[in-house]
Design a protein around this ligand. Structure first.
Ligand code: NAP
Length: 251
């Protein structure tokens, strides 16, 4: 029987999630590349397999309880029981408070918070059975407050509390839970933000880079490296932490 560890990375068809999936596969894990549509995950899966790794594409909406259960069953049958969960799936529904609809509030809460809860709950039994597990949640510097993002900042701050509580509950079973709070990272999500505020993406990238201590725009691999650290066996004593990966200090 294989002792290869199995990871689920949500929202992994593109952007940060795709980089995380590739990195964990490079690290020797079998990876379930999960996104809303399985088909959208195929390029990432093909890349991992071409590089000699093991991966499958899984389609599921992380905010749907039945879809999450079915997805975890599929991963268990095809790759093995997942003991690493990276809750990365995310959406933006930005607006100023007075213009924000209930539906935009609910959508953001459902994907980020309910999604992380459902996926982590569905996999925790495997982690307990294995006496080992890793949960990594994608928070954001927006958790500290960001104009136009009451829903997103509340969800990302909520994920920090979720992370710390999972760390406390599951630590005795060999499970760590940590959060990564990226600053600006060049992806479709930040391209969408630039479009919303009417700034050309290149100008937005330059302005965001200038706003950091290191004067660089973040790349998906910058986040994948941090995930790789938290998932590593050697990170067993690091739990309940929020790591700001933002090119400089954040409070
Ligand atoms: P992205 O390019 O928009 O990718 C997000 C992925 O999540 C997409 O593939 C999307 O699928 C998928 N997704 C959305 N809703 C889903 C659902 N209900 N179930 C399953 N998958 C779903 O975003 P990103 O920039 O890579 O961000 C990844 C994570 O990092 C997010 O949690 C984001 O909030 C966080 N983050 C990003 C930044 C940044 O600067 N980019 C900064 C801080 C935090 P579709 O393509 O089908 O919509």
């Amino acid at each position: 029987m294989s002792t290869q560890k199995v990871a689920i990375v949500t929202g992994a068809a593109r952007g940060i999630g795709a980089a995380i999936a590739r990195r964990l596969a490079d690290d020797g894990l079998a990876v379930a590349v999960l996104d809303l549509e399985a088909q959208a995950c195929s390029p990432v899966v093909d890349e991992i397999i071409a590089a000699g790794g093991r991966a499958i594409a899984v389609g599921a909406d992380v905010s749907d309880e039945d879809a999450v259960a079915t997805a975890v069953d599929q991963v268990t049958a095809e790759l093995g029981a997942p003991t690493v969960v990276v809750n990365n799936a995310g959406v933006l529904r930005d607006n100023l408070l007075f213009k924000m609809s209930v539906s935009d509030w609910d959508t953001v809460m459902a994907v980020h918070l309910r999604g992380a809860f459902l996926m982590t709950r569905a996999c925790q039994r495997n982690m307990l059975d294995a006496g080992w597990g890793r949960v990594v949640n994608l928070s954001s510097t927006s958790a500290l407050g960001n104009r136009g993002q009451v829903n997103y900042s509340a969800a990302k701050a909520g994920l920090q509390g979720f992370t710390k509580t999972v760390a406390l509950e599951l630590g005795r079973f060999g499970v760590t839970a940590n959060a990564i709070a990226p600053g600006f990272i060049e992806t479709d999500m930040t391209r969408e933000t630039a479009e919303r505020i009417g700034v050309p993406f290149d100008d937005f990238i330059s302005a965001c880079a200038d706003d950091t201590a290191v004067k660089l725009a973040g790349q998906p691999d910058d986040i994948a490296n941090a995930v790789s650290f938290f998932v590593d066996e050697r990170a067993r004593y690091v739990s309940g932490q929020v790591l700001y990966v933002a090119g400089g200090p954040k409070a």
